[in-house]
Design a protein around this ligand. Structure first.
Ligand code: UDX
Length: 449
């Protein structure tokens, strides 16, 4: 099948590459000339395991190409994916200007039947706006060309995006046209080996599904974060509680890891946008507002604990203290710093007067755009420890899971670890002579050893 994917960012690039890998002819389009020139030379603008190899192979095989020429790409393609950004506007709602600009460009370019697919995360009702934008352009040209608009939301996780695309738990297709549903099913049939869950539904339900999924997951995490905070106060162990509740199949174990608050390019933005959509319908979605507020507070839990333990009560309570940070990206296996909890935590530590040194396996370049020279960086996780008053873990990269504890102890001023991801067994660390402050397992009940 001939496909064009407009927007060669995270979602567009992964989707386009995976469609090419399954034998389709894919043209990826972007307005950013530099990005497209880079991609033609095999320079991948994001870090995603396995993506580079797939891009290179499919380019070599002639199934994947890159261009800034949207007009030509649309003319050649039957299925046209819109995968451009929908950043939050000033009021929290998703900014649709890029999606609608692309829709208009498709309307200006198309010369035969086209399927136009919303892949970007867009609020309920956007497909109607896309349809109107395309129809207006066709009317301006005085032509009458048939087209269909489809909602096909994306459920990729950064760091596992290729696998998520190739072996999805489900694919959601929102369309009101049987013929188009068949074409979309054919396109996705190659990826239906793990589950045969290609779910077709009306367009508005498909649009809502994406927001409902992300809001549900954000709620799950937030619930567990608040249980963890309570565990700290009550002397219970949140990891034992997770085992206890997760074994109920109605609850399950996933997404119940407490931590420093959720971040990234999706959850914060989508929770805000859904709350905004509710507001526009005069519906008071109190749960979602509470999730957002609780997550904002969760990002302060670690810095508050550090200030309480190391602060001296003055205007700059952490003045003279040096804090070593492991992990900057919002989660492991990505260099993404968007809405990363590390930003809130490090800014708070700097505000309190601390000196901050940080290690991250992939995100230092991106982090420099956020913190500049206000903190120091190292590509070696032990290099930042000598003379530091505490080690703080913000992101659960694998290399932090089994570190050399003797080395850590010999390098730190105090054998003090604040762990925002509960990587270690509290009793073991305490036996090793560390003062260990994880999330929600500070009580005597830290028993899941
Ligand atoms: C998410 C959704 O999982 C994906 O389906 C959607 O398409 C995009 O948004 P992503 O943002 O890549 O994917 O990351 P994810 O692995 O879901 O983690 C999101 C945030 O939640 C991270 O900050 C992570 O640290 C946090 N999290 C996740 C927890 O704090 N605890 C958990 O148990 C799980």
């Amino acid at each position: 099948m001939k496909i064009c994917v407009i927007g060669s960012g995270y979602v567009g690039l992964v989707a386009g590459t995976c469609f090419a890998e399954s034998g389709n002819n894919v043209i990826c389009v972007d307005v950013d000339q530099e990005k497209i020139e880079g991609l033609k030379r095999g320079v991948i603008p994001i870090y995603e395991p396995g993506l580079k190899e797939l891009v290179l192979r499919n380019c070599e095989e002639g199934r994947l190409s890159f261009t800034t020429d949207l007009d030509a790409a649309v003319k050649e393609s039957l299925v046209n994916f819109i995968a451009v950004g929908t950043p939050p506007g000033a009021d929290g709602s998703a900014d649709l200007q890029y999606v609608l600009n692309v829709a208009r460009s498709i309307g200006q370019a198309m010369d035969g039947f086209k399927i136009i697919v919303d892949k970007s995360t867009v609020p309920v009702g956007t497909a109607d706006k896309v349809r109107i934008a395309v129809a207006e352009e066709l009317a301006k040209r005085g032509v009458d060309i048939e087209f269909d608009v489809v909602s096909n939301p994306e459920f990729l996780k950064e760091g596992a995006a290729i696998d998520d695309f190739m072996k999805p738990d489900r694919v959601v297709i929102g369309t009101d046209n049987v013929r188009t549903a068949e074409i979309m099913k054919e396109l996705y049939s190659a990826f239906m080996r793990k589950s045969n869950r290609l779910i077709t539904m009306d367009i508005r339900s498909a649009e809502m599904t994406k927001y409902a999924a992300n809001a549900m997951l954000a709620t799950k995490i937030t619930f567990m974060n608040q249980i963890a905070n309570l565990c700290d106060l009550m002397g219970a162990d949140v990891m034992a509680v997770r085992e206890g509740i997760g074994s109920d199949s109605r609850i399950g174990y996933d997404f119940l890891f407490p931590g420093v608050g959720y971040g990234g390019s999706c959850f914060p933005k989508d929770v805000k946008a859904l709350a905004k959509t509710a507001e526009e319908c005069d519906y008071d979605f109190i749960l979602l507002k509470a999730v957002e507020e609780a997550n904002t507070r969760q990002k302060r839990v670690l810095s508050d604990k550090i200030a309480a333990r190391l602060g001296n009560g003055e205007a700059k309570p952490l003045a003279g203290k040096t804090i070593a940070i492991w992990g900057l990206s919002f989660k492991p296996r990505t260099d993404d710093m968007r809405d990363a909890p590390s930003v809130t935590i490090i800014n708070a530590l700097l505000e309190l007067g601390a000196q901050v040194r940080a290690h991250d396996p992939e995100a230092i370049k991106e982090a420099k755009k956020v913190f500049g020279e206000r903190i120091s960086y190292s590509h070696n996780q032990y290099e930042i420890l000598p003379g530091a008053d505490a080690l703080v873990i913000i992101t659960e990269w694998n290399e932090y899971r089994n570190p050399d504890f003797d080395r850590i102890k010999s390098l730190l001023v105090n054998p003090l670890i604040f762990d925002g991801r509960n990587l270690y067994q509290p009793n073991r660390l305490r036996l090793e002579g560390f003062e260990y402050l994880p999330i929600g397992r500070n009580g005597k009940g830290a028993c899941c050893e």
